[in-house]
Write a protein that binds this ligand. Structure first.
Ligand code: APR
Length: 240
């Protein structure tokens, strides 16, 4: 395993993860099965308009993914990033596009879930927040106990503003190293994080099954499975 550098504990390292880091945990990526779910385009289901016009269908999609989670186990790629946070502490951040919560499950704490989480929901009327396990999911559309409004999954849908963008922008500009794992680089704004970090002088590394769209901004690219590559890279980087 060839890599061009070693890390000091004072180095600021930011990681962007996408669906690919959870593929070896058994979760389909978005571009794997050409974005279809029960013959619905994901983009058709994961939108505010879909929730407005057919909330039952949208809840069916998210309940199915949520109830799958107990069988979904973190893989060596997730554990490698936990090891990296243990080494770098406050100089480490994970920005994830994933909503499966697996980074938290392995003990990472410095995680920004920019697209929300399957494990959270909120009332579309009074905006009260709920953990998914706190609400009654038996009705076709779960109802808010506080105001009677329709509860929705706490997922950032197409056309909605991702979470933490101001914090993410600040973190990206200060990064010494930016590592992109398991993302196709097709969805904005995450797809431009490579440009921002490179422009601000970071060394960029990519780990992906195939070359992502924005591979030209990657200084060191490792083609393959993150579950196999990341543990080896992290051990070299932290001098284990
Ligand atoms: N290891 C590393 N990379 C992998 C692996 C693996 N085991 N398996 C697949 N990949 C790569 C694929 O080659 C692909 O480039 O992961 C990438 C997954 O890309 P997408 O399916 O586009 O997922 P992602 O980039 O996370 O999508 C971004 O799009 O649909 C929206 O909001 C959704 O967060 C999602 C966003």
């Amino acid at each position: 395993m060839e890599t061009k550098f070693k890390l000091k504990q004072s180095d600021k390292v930011v990681v962007l993860t996408g669906a690919g880091i959870s593929a070896e945990s058994g979760l389909k990526t978005f571009r794997d099965h050409d974005g279809l779910w029960e013959n619905h385009r994901v983009e058709r289901v994961a939108t505010p308009e879909a929730f407005q016009s057919n909330p039952e269908l949208v809840w069916k999609f998210y309940k199915q993914r949520y109830f799958q989670l107990p069988e979904v186990k973190p893989n060596p790629g997730h554990f490698a990033l936990k090891k990296l946070e243990d080494y770098l502490e406050k100089n480490f951040f994970i920005i994830t596009q994933n909503v499966d919560g697996l980074h938290y499950l392995v003990g990472n704490e410095r995680v920004l879930e920019m697209h929300g989480s399957l494990r959270r929901s909120f009332c579309s009327k009074c905006k009260s927040k709920f953990k998914m396990e706190e609400i009654d999911l038996s009705p076709a559309i779960p109802v808010c106990e506080k105001c009677g409004g329709n509860i929705r999954p706490d997922i950032v849908w197409f056309g909605e503003m991702p979470y933490f963008l101001d914090e993410i922008d600040e973190i990206l500009r200060k990064a010494d190293y930016f590592l992109v794992v398991g993302t196709s680089g097709t969805v904005y704004p995450a797809a431009q994080f490579l440009n921002i970090t490179k422009y601000n002088g970071a060394f960029t590394i990519g780990v992906n099954l195939e070359k992502p769209l924005n591979v030209d901004f990657i200084d060191e690219f490792h083609k393959g499975k993150s579950g196999e590559i990341l543990p080896k890279l992290v051990d070299i980087w932290i001098g284990k």
